[in-house]
Design a protein around this ligand. Structure first.
Ligand code: PMP
Length: 296
């Protein structure tokens, strides 16, 4: 990423401020209760990738938690672009956060004054480069994904504690990422990524009701794969399906597409990211660098 200044410029409620001065109140319910919503967005080749899809998901998440985003979708789109521009960002990661805002020490969100809108445009490297070449090792963890009837997985909220607990279990087991199951013991997703299995010309990913976030990258990969002649389905997956698949890969805005070479000490496929994973990664990179909302 081209960074012109030593400090990032953060867009805080419509004003650009240096990161050392970008502060929120200790009474913000985003901090006190994880009450808020967010998006992670990528910029590739001077363009913001899938901005409309991210804003759509953000506004729906906000609506589901009865949080009224204080600016229009159009203005927010312009603000994302503005923040990238202010930081000289052509390739990187944008974090768009809307918190419930400053309230009392009680839970009542209706006592919060005004939602805070925060936009950070920075660099990101989620996994080391060698993991993309060799594949990522995963373990299944005991922490279950939130049940959809408790907190719907479509809501991308600031409440990531169950994912954080899963991540702790993975790291304690000596790997970087976890497979999370739902309460029925079926595969939901990874802690910050969706999961796919590949068998021949068929791709399968768990449906949202199994506990998966409706990932933007997941959607793009499903479309690209269908266009390339794969049969793409959402279906219930068990760990057996992952252990015995030709290939397993994860998708996410930050991770992009990353092959899995081991799950619970079972080698997946050849033990290296497979042919389909590599082909889809290349297609995804080409597509992502061509499309998007121009920053300049
Ligand atoms: N699942 C979870 C729990 C996530 O937080 C994310 C985003 N990091 C994803 C899946 C992937 O979604 P997207 O492709 O929209 O980034």
């Amino acid at each position: 990423m081209a960074r012109k200044q030593s400090e990032l410029k953060i867009l805080l409620n419509g004003t650009l401020v240096p990161e050392s001065r970008a502060k929120v109140s200790v009474f913000d319910h985003g901090l006190l209760y994880g009450d808020g919503v967010f998006e992670g967005i990528r910029a590739y080749n001077g363009k913001v990738f899938a901005l409309d899809e991210h804003l759509e998901r953000l506004f729906k998440s906000a609506k589901a938690i009865a949080l009224e985003i204080p600016i229009t979708r159009k203005k927010l789109a312009a603000d994302v672009v503005r923040t990238c521009k202010a930081n000289g960002l052509r390739d990187g990661y944008i974090r768009l956060v809307v918190t419930r805002g400053v309230g009392t020490l009680g839970l009542n969100p209706y006592l919060c004054k005004k939602p805070q809108v925060i936009i950070i445009a920075a660099a990101i490297q989620l996994y080391p480069k060698k993991c993309y070449v060799q594949g990522l090792k995963l373990v299944t963890v005991g922490t279950r994904r939130n049940a959809p009837e408790a907190l719907h997985p479509r809501i991308k909220s600031l409440n990531y504690l169950n994912n954080v607990l899963a991540k702790i279990e993975a790291i304690n087991a000596g790997v970087m990422e976890a497979i999370m199951l739902n309460n029925d013991g079926y595969v939901a997703e990874a802690t910050g990524d969706n999961v796919f299995v590949v068998n021949g010309k068929t791709l399968v990913t768990p449906p949202v009701w199994c506990g998966a976030l409706e990932g933007i990258t997941r959607g793009v990969v499903m479309d690209l794969a269908a266009r390339s002649g794969y049969s793409v389905k959402e279906d219930v997956l068990s760990r057996y399906d992952l252990y015995t698949a030709d290939e397993v890969f994860l998708t996410g805005t930050a991770a992009e597409i990353i092959g899995v070479n081991e799950l619970d000490k079972r080698k997946i496929g050849t033990g290296r990211p497979g042919r389909v994973t590599r082909a889809l990664s290349e297609e995804f990179s080409a597509y992502a660098s061509e499309t998007g909302t121009p920053i300049a």
